[in-house]
Design a protein around this ligand. Structure first.
Ligand SMILES: Cc1cc2nc3c(=O)[nH]c(=O)nc-3n(C[C@H](O)[C@H](O)[C@H](O)COP(=O)(O)OP(=O)(O)OC[C@H]3O[C@@H](n4cnc5c(N)ncnc54)[C@H](O)[C@@H]3O)c2cc1C
Length: 342
């Protein structure tokens, strides 16, 4: 009897998890390996602000119990980093040098936080929010009544900022081009949105460009943000929140086309017949606009993961690029965004 097909998935986020579950539903016999740099099994990242409402136990954040993986014969390899994909030999190489062969590869590597170039040297002194560990570090370093400076304010950050306010913290938002990412509101709507945030209690600072983040002289805690105009601001933590950039570095030898993300057809196939991509890592061809576009957000990436899995198994489904992208302020001053709809 021939060996069962080995489907390898890079990433255990919404897209990767949805794909693994769908592959198993469609094929009881195949081998499924899910490789992730994460230390925890799949949890919904949009739940991370709950930590500030007291939900600090990671067990409560998991989307499915850990036994789900063994029950469904999905080999979940945590703390494993893929450093290279060789499209010719259909092999991936892990950081510890192990090599794994794949019959199909689905890349669901997501994105990492984007940082404006001027702030890259300050990265170690800032508090990210992209993982459970990062969120817990922020929770530990930002006391109740503490002060957070948020740079940018993408929709992930705005959600966090509103939770921080609700839980007794002070938030200063330093806006930039990525404020409200992935939405791109026009000037009028942007002004309304910023006004709504200010009414909620967020201190909004516009037209100020942060240059460095340092620790106050002689102090062990706290941060000082220095702006290009020479002014400074002190805080307990500084949170960069400037959107995401796709994680594609390990795909450079894969023989697939890359622009900013991995370029895929509406069926989510790359230019390599055995490699697929789904989620925040890919740009999908939009035939109407004649361009490859990102479709960020939990609802879209989950659909992509499941769809890619069915197509790997022989279907020819197409991702519907007509997804709703809307942000608005209601009469009570509350912000509504399709990005926040779960
Ligand atoms: C804090 C937070 C809040 C959010 N809130 C919302 C929200 O309210 N609404 C919404 O729609 N979206 C929200 N998002 C965004 C949404 O979660 C993302 O669109 C979604 O997580 C992307 O899913 P993904 O599967 O493409 O990638 P991710 O969830 O980013 O997963 C990427 C996976 O790839 C793995 N990986 C990457 N590189 C490698 C490598 N080299 N080797 C091995 N593994 C690798 C990572 O370890 C991870 O498991 C939020 C995101 C965050 C971080």
């Amino acid at each position: 009897m021939a060996d069962p097909l080995h489907h390898v998935i890079i990433g255990s986020g919404s897209a990767g998890f949805g794909a693994a579950a769908t592959l198993r539903e469609n094929d009881p016999d195949c081998r499924i390996s899910m490789i992730t740099m994460d230390s925890l099994p799949f949890y919904n990242r949009y739940d991370l602000p709950r930590i500030f409402r007291g939900c600090t136990d990671w067990h409560e954040l998991l989307a499915v119990p850990p036994a789900y993986y063994s029950e469904n014969r999905i080999t979940l390899r945590r703390h494993n980093k893929v450093v290279d994909v060789d499209g010719k030999t259909q092999q991936i190489r892990l950081a510890h040098q192990e090599v794994i062969h794949f019959d199909s590869l689905l890349v669901c590597a997501g994105g990492r936080a984007y940082l404006p170039e001027t702030l890259i040297d300050s990265a170690p002194l800032m508090h990210g929010f992209g993982s459970y560990e990062a969120a817990m570090r922020l929770y530990r370093d930002l006391p109740e009544n503490g002060h957070a400076v948020m740079i940018g304010g993408d929709m992930i950050g705005i959600d966090l900022a509103l939770t921080l306010l609700d839980t007794g913290r002070r938030v200063t938002l330093v806006t930039n081009a990525q404020t409200f990412w992935p939405h791109e509101p026009d000037d009028e709507l942007r002004a309304q949105l910023l006004q709504a945030l200010a009414r909620r209690g967020i201190e909004v600072v516009q037209d100020a460009r942060p240059a460095t983040v340092t620790t106050p002289e002689g102090a062990e805690r706290g941060r000082v943000v220095a702006f290009e105009d020479g002014t400074t601001m002190t805080a307990d933590v500084v949170i960069p929140s400037c959107g995401l950039v796709p994680m594609v570095e390990f795909m450079l030898n894969a023989g697939v086309d890359i622009e900013r993300g991995l370029l895929v057809t509406p069926e989510l196939g790359t230019t390599h017949p055995h490699i697929w991509a789904a989620g925040d890592v890919c740009q999908i061809w939009n035939d109407e606009e004649k361009a490859y576009k990102f479709y960020h957000g939990w609802k879209n990436v989950r659909v992509m993961g499941e769809l890619a899995a069915r197509n790997i198994k022989g279907a020819h489904e197409i991702f519907d690029v007509k997804v709703e992208d809307r942000i608005e302020v209601d009469d009570q001053g509350n912000i509504h965004s399709t990005f926040w709809t779960h």
